[in-house]
Design a protein around this ligand. Structure first.
Ligand SMILES: Cc1cc2nc3c(=O)[nH]c(=O)nc-3n(C[C@H](O)[C@H](O)[C@H](O)COP(=O)(O)OP(=O)(O)OC[C@H]3O[C@@H](n4cnc5c(N)ncnc54)[C@H](O)[C@@H]3O)c2cc1C
Length: 463
């Protein structure tokens, strides 16, 4: 007999969100995670008196998008205390300006400025029907209709890199335009008090309030299949649990290959899942400072005027570390001073995407360490004599928490894996579903995972 209505594998954003939605809907849910801490890639942990996010996080539309919608749908609209971004800048080489469309336009030669202005205007005016025609067009191709100027491409490439962690020649123009438009209209990019872990914690507390059960340190070894349907899970400790609905928030490839077994799916489907590609992976450099040195909450850093965030991937040379790398710099303590040991201290987090091809674990991380270090101190030279500690994280850290070779987002939002080409939240195996940044959904990172959960909730309600 089934003990639960649904078993969810993973407390990442997608797992925690579907747990909240189903529990609030009156279903008996069990949420399992192999880790001892919740949140998957959206988790935070203590380091030398600071609270560090596993990644380098900022949230596209904060409360106004799917992250907030999950809480509104579950009667807990205020469960996350969002701090909306107010101070952001963009640095190109030695020059730092406000992070705004106007300043990007002004940075271009006079005869190019109208072209970028036209692109931004198009994003505001474009209709949903017109967007629908661009799902399978790369951002770069769409952009070339407006401008071919390298700096304009670097600016847009940086936004694409920040949103999707795939380069512009691969990213979907429709997904980019939709997300960019939502960010511009909402003007509510934000960071939650308590660090990024506040989001999965809020969802899981909703689930628990409505009778949901959460078990950490519960590593699922496989999903039990009987008579052509997923009916339960077996944990590595040998225990077995049953439910008619099994939802995987884990890596979609690992779910099909290791947890279920490809023999339980149509061959074409299993092959398709195995051929999916991930977004780029992240390397990060974080520094704790004994004094505050900046009021910026976000700085987009480009070492020169033609290097978007995913330059290394774009050139097909992901192995060699460049002298400096572009990336996103977030200052979490400028959103919430309690993330530092006291109000005077500052935490600066720099992250950039790299591709984990080949034997990536053996890459020359010291060279990358130097590139990131040199880059962050070019952005904030005044930080150098205020350092309490420095910490460099490779994709191995993210891989250890959430698998998928430490990639940033999940299944890449590229033209061949977007919209109708994206795996559905409903698998062809009866009783097996996905809720994560790997199936369905729309949006930036965590918002993609929360929207996958909402899509699955609607699908389960209609069954
Ligand atoms: C460096 C970095 C920077 C990022 N920056 C941003 C940002 O600025 N803005 C943004 O919105 N997003 C950002 N993201 C992306 C965002 O964090 C992810 O897209 C999102 O959190 C993925 O959620 P998910 O639901 O797919 O679950 P995941 O995070 O993939 O979690 C899956 C969970 O499943 C569990 N699990 C896996 N296998 C098993 C098993 N066998 N048994 C039990 N449990 C299992 C794992 O332990 C994990 O907790 C960033 C991510 C990283 C890594």
């Amino acid at each position: 007999m089934a003990e639960y209505d649904a078993i969810i594998i993973g407390t990442g954003i997608g797992g925690a969100a579907i747990g909240a939605l189903l529990a609030h809907d009156g279903r008996k849910v069990l949420i399992l995670d192999k880790n001892k801490i919740v949140g998957g890639r959206c988790t935070s942990y203590e380091h030398k008196g600071f609270t560090l996010d596993l990644g380098v996080h900022l949230f596209g539309v904060g409360d106004k998008g799917s992250l907030g919608e999950v809480l509104r749908m579950t009667g807990a609209p205020d469960a996350i205390d969002w701090v909306t971004i107010r101070r952001s800048s963009q640095q190109v080489g030695g020059e730092t300006k406000k992070y705004s469309q106007k300043d990007m336009v002004k940075s271009l030669p006079a005869d190019e400025q109208t072209n970028l202005t036209n692109l931004f205007a198009r994003v505001h005016m474009i209709t949903d029907r017109e967007i629908d025609e661009l799902w399978y067009t790369p951002v770069e191709t769409w952009m070339n209709e407006f401008t071919r100027h390298p700096l304009a491409h670097a600016f847009i490439g940086s936004i694409v890199g920040q949103y999707f962690c795939v380069p512009s020649p691969e990213a979907s123009a429709a997904e980019f335009i939709k997300c960019f438009k939502e960010v511009l209209v909402a003007r509510s990019s934000a960071y939650p008090k308590g660090g990024c872990i506040a989001i999965p914690k809020a969802y899981l507390s909703v689930a628990e309030k409505h009778g949901g059960e959460i078990r950490l340190g519960a590593d699922v070894k496989n999903i039990t299949v009987e008579e052509g349907a997923a009916v339960g899970v077996r944990l590595k400790d040998g225990s077995e649990l049953r439910a008619p609905v099994i939802i995987s928030n884990a890596d979609i490839k690992a779910t099909v290959r290791d947890l279920v077994g490809p023999e339980h799916f149509p061959k074409a489907y299993a092959d398709e899942i195995m051929n999916l590609t991930y977004a780029d992976s992240c390397i990060m450099f974080k520094i704790g400072l004994k004094e505050r040195i900046t009021d910026d909450q976000l700085r987009m850093y480009m070492p020169d005027d033609r290097t978007p965030l995913n330059k290394a991937s774009e050139e097909g040379k992901p192995d060699a570390a460049p002298a400096k790398v572009g990336g996103m710099i977030v200052v979490p303590t400028n959103f919430d001073t309690s993330l530092g040991p006291d109000e005077d201290k500052q935490l600066i987090c720099f992250g950039t995407g790299i591709r984990t091809t080949g034997d990536w674990r053996k890459r020359d991380w010291d060279a990358w360490h130097k590139a990131l270090r040199d880059s962050i101190y070019s952005a904030f030279p005044e930080a150098q004599d205020k350092v309490l500690w420095e910490k460099m994280d490779t994709p191995q850290l993210v891989d250890a928490y959430a698998g998928e070779e430490g990639n940033i987002i999940g299944v890449g939002q590229t033209v061949d894996q977007i919209h109708k080409r994206r795996p559905s939240v409903v698998s062809p195996l009866k009783g097996l579903y996905y809720s994560s940044a790997e199936a369905g959904g729309h949006g930036i990172g965590t918002e993609l995972a929360a929207s996958s959960a909402m899509e699955l909730f609607a699908a389960l309600k209609s069954q």
